[in-house]
Design a protein around this ligand. Sequence first.
Ligand code: FPP
Length: 245
Amino acid sequence: MPSLLKPDYPRIPAHVGIIMDGNGRWARRKNQTRTQGHLEGLNTAKRIVKTASDMGISFLTLYVFSTENWKRTAEEVGFIMGLVKRYLAAEMDFYRKNRIRIRHTGAAEGLPPEIAREIQAACEETKVFEGLQVILALNYGGRDEIVRAVRRILGTPEATETAGFSSRISEELIRQNLDNPDVPDPDLIIRTGGEYRISNFLLWEGAYAEYYFSDRLWPDWTEEDFAAAIRNFAERDRRFGDVKK
Ligand code: FPP
């Protein structure tokens, strides 16, 4: 029997990215602090990870902290970093039970060393799990990731030793040097919170993603909202620049 978690749609996305927006506005509407909003946002993230895992989605990238988010107050930045740590510690049993693999995208060297260590440990411990892969975009910017890829390419001996190396620069070579080259491009990118922009999220990878915008603030997002986005995706006609046969 089809259900919310086992829909009989013709296809479900293999990789979903989410821009989890609206924590601050949610808090303001409730006369609470912004940190309360992020705390509630963390609970939503837990709910949606479980839903994605139950639905059989293979990859879920969550935009937790962007390269631009450092502009926020030290208190807010510190709180979000603390939430990441708390999330990893609190959910480890859940990952083990559900065989969920944790990964990171973004600049690890710019993170507080303790957080970088915790993420590294969670990635290491879960790397053999074959269920859902949750990719935490933390200290992440799409442009920054492309710069990192170019630097990786130019840092190889071939780049310095091969005459005419520039002719070898290709889309495929850049792709292979992104943070997680084995992860397929996102099929669906969701943004909550009523803004219609990409905010430097998965710029390279999202070239052919389907986009889904929801006015609902992230802390209010439910399993049903996620299922509605997946259903909407199933109804889209993806042509990748081709024409309909
Ligand atoms: C955007 O809302 C949200 C963030 C910048 C932080 C996202 C963090 C979480 C949801 C918690 C951590 C999650 C995990 C998985 C560790 P905003 O603050 O920009 O909201 P606003 O636009 O309403 O001000």
